[in-house]
Write a protein that binds this ligand. Structure first.
Ligand code: SF4
Length: 409
């Protein structure tokens, strides 16, 4: 949307849509959480109030660059505007339920949402980067058999505000760089940045992000916006179990980095481990991956996540099949040692099996990494900590594969 030429009907419709998308789904709120509005939506909301669009940009800078969560401190806005904003809007993060800190620096937060639901957000500092893993749904309907979150079933989608609030909460908790250096200056030595920063965001927490597309898309826009968190596209990764139609939409709309949860080299095994495969089998999924990277520079690749399950998908023949599947594609395989959780029937592959698997792939010229296990001394499996804190009604994909709950823009 441009600054000019917004007629009043468009304004009203845009404001209504923006306000609706920013509200918690299970508790109508009289005010709108500004974490839920991307710049176009915020400008539309300001236009509907008779304010100039640049005022919306100023408010975004206060929130995302300077860490303001109240209107009083927004000193370049008039007193009258600040009062009107306070009547219609809020800047609100979820409440912290519990925090676990690993000896390796990994931090896991459980955050309580409106309606009593809880989600996980995980901070993973590494040499030269710091990644925040965020959730997009409460629970998940995809029912991947190795996943702790899947054990809780699907509860509801997060709003855009609830997705963005995780990032803002983490940055503030970590003493991030709301003041001074922006996150884009991550290449500078840490002590010159004025605090630890988050350099990468991955949608790899609870939920299937592409099944909540209408809330995830504006959230990505805020992450990428210079008036928001100002991250580059390659620093934001959306991970999907393979919702093929939305992979095409994502490429068209924001074109972030993409990770695909593959976990098996043939349909028979993947049908069992990742049930969405019964709807979008491997050939269809890989065609969508080819479309995603078509026309991009040679360095752009998709990361294929492959959890290593002892005796299930970790044999040499699986590695050979996988190499054949990905031959000639711009691909990187990330082998993930399985994180056991209570009630799982799986075990982690041995280090020897993982090394042998990686060697077969590398010998076939497939770029391969093995994820370092992190947070082993805390509840590291995704969804594990929330699973302990909450108990949830189950609503799983396995019994209704033709009816994947997806919300679209
Ligand atoms: S692995 Fe991801 S898509 Fe699969 S059930 Fe877990 S959260 Fe959902």
């Amino acid at each position: 949307m441009t600054d000019k030429g917004i007629d009043s009907e468009d304004r009203a419709a845009a404001l209504a849509a923006a306000v609706e998308s920013a509200r918690p789904q299970d508790r109508p709120s009289p005010v709108t959480n500004l974490f839920g509005l991307d710049r176009a939506q915020l400008r539309a909301a300001f236009a509907a109030m008779g304010e100039k669009p640049y005022r919306a940009d100023q408010v975004m800078q206060w929130i995302y660059r300077r860490g303001q969560d109240g209107f009083d401190g927004m000193s370049n806005l008039s007193k009258d505007l600040r009062a009107r904003l306070a009547r219609h809007f809020e800047i609100r993060t979820p409440e912290l339920v519990t925090e676990q800190v690993s000896t390796d620096g990994t931090r896991k937060w459980v955050l309580r949402l409106d309606g009593g639901n809880a989600i996980e957000t995980v901070y993973i500092p590494e040499e030269g980067r710091a990644t925040l893993c965020i959730s997009s749904q409460v629970g998940c309907a995809m029912d991947c058999s190795f996943c702790s979150t899947a054990q809780q079933g699907f509860n509801r989608n997060l709003t855009t505000a609830e997705i963005i609030a995780q990032v803002w909460f983490a940055a503030r908790t970590l003493g991030g760089d709301f003041h001074g250096q922006h996150w884009k200056d991550r290449d500078q030595p840490e002590d010159e940045r004025g605090g630890r920063v988050i350099s990468n965001i991955v949608f790899m927490g609870m939920g299937e992000p592409l099944a909540n597309y209408n809330a995830v898309l504006p959230a990505i826009r805020i992450l990428l916006d210079d008036f928001g968190f100002g991250l580059s596209k390659r620093r934001v990764t959306v991970s999907t179990s393979g919702l093929v139609p939305y992979m095409d939409r994502l490429r068209e709309d924001v074109d972030t980095a993409l990770a695909v949860s593959l976990h098996a080299p043939d349909d028979a095994l993947r049908d069992e481990i990742v049930p969405i495969n019964r709807k979008y089998p491997i050939a269809e999924l890989l065609n969508a991956c080819r479309r995603y990277t078509a026309g991009k520079d040679r360095k752009t690749h998709i990361v294929y996540e492959y959890v290593m399950l002892d005796g299930i998908n970790d044999r040499p023949e699986h590695a050979r099949k996988l190499a054949k599947l990905l031959a000639g594609m711009p691909a990187k395989v990330n082998l993930i040692p399985f994180n056991p959780f209570p009630q799982t029937r799986y075990r982690r592959s041995s280090p020897e099996a993982i090394q042998a698997f990686a060697k077969i792939l590398r010998d076939k010229h497939i770029l391969t990494t093995t994820r370092k296990t992190r947070g082993d001394d805390i509840d590291a499996a995704c969804g594990q900590l929330v699973g302990k804190v909450m108990s949830r009604q189950k609503n799983r994909l396995g019994t209704r594969i033709g009816d994947v709950p997806v919300t679209t823009a």
